[in-house]
Design a protein around this ligand. Structure first.
Ligand code: SF4
Length: 491
């Protein structure tokens, strides 16, 4: 069943301004979080919904006015999607969010970022209430689960989700009475922040704070793990429904997913990435001494490359450049598309690499094909030695919480050690930032971060069981994502 790793934006205007103006720019700022589909849902005497596949289009003039007029209303939610299971592709309009679910007299709009681990179990429980079991993705199962319990009150239905839905979820919802609500799983795995206008008349939610910046809104804080926020027609209610002993914010957001100018848990992402680079310089002094140049994978590794340059004084050459309008993020594509996209996306300027010993800074190595493509281009450009410095520690385990690396076999870091990985990608050495350095740079503690894909220690029980069962029953030919194999957790 499809899961999601996505971007969210929601807005409520107490001064009757059109919410679409904020939703549109909120999504444009967060399009890096999902390229497969986008969607808007507003409420104006009933729901008004528009979803489509691909990137959020750049619209202006009359076209913008038409959209604005159709998506009228002072409250709404919006979503960009990147699916972490099920078939991807541009025909997948069915999976586009926000979704609308109803039960009895209740009708809700629902947009979700994360991935549910116990979807099959929840879906079975819903069969009694919805008759025929028609749900085909985890977002739909989740929204149905929520709406089916809303009769007992919105807060108690959200609390039920927090106790019975397992996985990562940051949710935005809209009721047909115009109430806007938001909540985050008790471990706070995926980000979700709150913002407002200077006069407090616009309230907003965004996966990343860049969604507020583009709209001229100010960031006022995160929706806390296990917290629900409900914005009614005249006030804002916040309630911490579940308080866990630990939290588990996704460590990978810092290395790869979030924008560098987003503010996560008290720090700008770019400043954390610079610290990653400084850490690599301190840890691998012997390699730095042997190198002539630092190169960086555009654009997620550039801040780390700057940190490495600052720490070591080694020259940083921005010889690798991105073709700006090849917008697809390689990591989230199908394997055959991935290699050709990287090939088209990254341009190497000739001339500066002949006979040089270079360090390439990369944010992460998941399957290895992206890095392999770039290493081979740099080799062709004449580099004599190529060392790869990686800011995210070696990924050895799958993710069940919304990043699309959901089997052991696809992970090069599961199949090979550092030496083997270097051989596979054609480099002279691969050097990962140690986990303790990584955690220190984020400013978080080990009990506040999820690092399951590095350590194999999952912060939720079913995920841990699934990983162990999958590892012991692993067949090389089984390409299904582990959370799409119910036999592993029904035992
Ligand atoms: S397993 Fe890795 S990618 Fe997935 S949520 Fe945890 S840290 Fe993030």
């Amino acid at each position: 069943m499809p899961g999601e790793k996505c971007g969210l934006f929601g807005a409520k205007c107490f001064n009757n301004r059109c919410a679409f103006d904020f939703l549109y720019w909120g999504l444009i700022a967060q399009n890096h979080r999902g390229h497969e589909s986008y969607g808007f849902l507003t409420c104006d005497k009933g729901f008004r919904r528009h979803v489509n596949v691909g990137l959020v289009p750049q619209i202006s003039g009359r076209r913008y006015s038409r959209w604005r007029n159709f998506l009228r209303g002072s409250v709404g939610i919006a979503h960009v999607r990147y699916g972490t299971s099920g078939e991807r592709g541009l025909s997948k309009l069915d999976y586009a969010q926000p979704l609308i679910s109803s039960h009895g007299n209740e009708k809700i709009g629902f947009a979700f970022n994360g991935n549910i681990v116990n979807t099959y179990d929840l879906n079975n429980r819903l069969a009694d209430k919805f008759g025929e079991n028609e749900a085909f993705c985890d977002a739909l199962v989740f929204s149905k689960y929520l709406v089916s319990n809303i009769g007992s009150g919105l807060i108690s239905a959200i609390e039920d989700c927090m106790k019975n839905v397992e996985g990562a979820f940051s949710v935005l919802g809209l009721r047909n009475n115009g109430e806007l609500f938001a909540f985050r799983d008790p471990l706070g795995i995926r980000p979700l922040s709150m913002g407002e206008s200077e006069d407090g008349m616009i309230k907003a939610f965004s996966s990343e704070t860049v969604g507020f910046n583009i709209n001229g809104l100010r960031f006022i804080g995160d929706v806390k793990p296990g917290e629900a926020v409900v914005i009614t027609k005249d006030d804002v209610k916040r309630e911490r429904l579940v308080k866990s002993e630990r939290t588990a914010f996704c460590a990978f957001e810092y290395a790869y997913f979030a924008r560098p100018d987003s503010f996560l848990n008290g720090k700008y992402v770019y400043s954390v990435r610079e610290e990653f680079g400084r850490n690599l310089g301190k840890r691998f002094k012997d390699i730095v001494e042997k190198a002539d140049l630092i190169l960086s994978m555009p654009e997620t590794a550039e801040d780390a490359a700057y940190g490495l340059h600052e720490e070591t004084g080694l020259k940083w050459e921005r010889i690798l450049r991105r073709h700006r309008y090849v917008t697809r993020r390689a990591f989230i594509l199908e394997p055959d598309e991935r290699v050709s996209t990287v090939d088209k996306k990254i341009n190497i300027m000739d001339g500066g690499l002949n006979g040089k010993r270079v360090i390439i800074v990369d944010d992460s190595i998941v399957r290895g094909d992206t890095t392999r493509t770039v290493v081979s281009k740099i080799r062709k450009a004449g580099a004599e030695k190529i060392y790869v410095f990686v800011t995210f520690p070696r990924i050895t385990h799958p993710c069940f919480y919304g990043i699309d690396m959901a089997t052991f076999n696809e992970l090069i870091g599961f199949r090979f050690d550092e030496e083997g990985i270097a051989k596979q990608i054609g480099a002279d050495g691969v050097f990962y930032q140690p986990l303790e350095d990584y955690i220190r740079a984020t400013g978080m503690s080990v009990n506040e971060l999820c690092t399951a894909c590095i350590t194999g220690e999952y912060p939720t029980e079913t995920a841990q069981k699934m990983a162990e069962a999958a590892k012991s029953s692993m067949k090389i030919e089984d390409q299904r994502r582990i959370y799409e194999r119910p036999e592993l957790f029904r035992k």
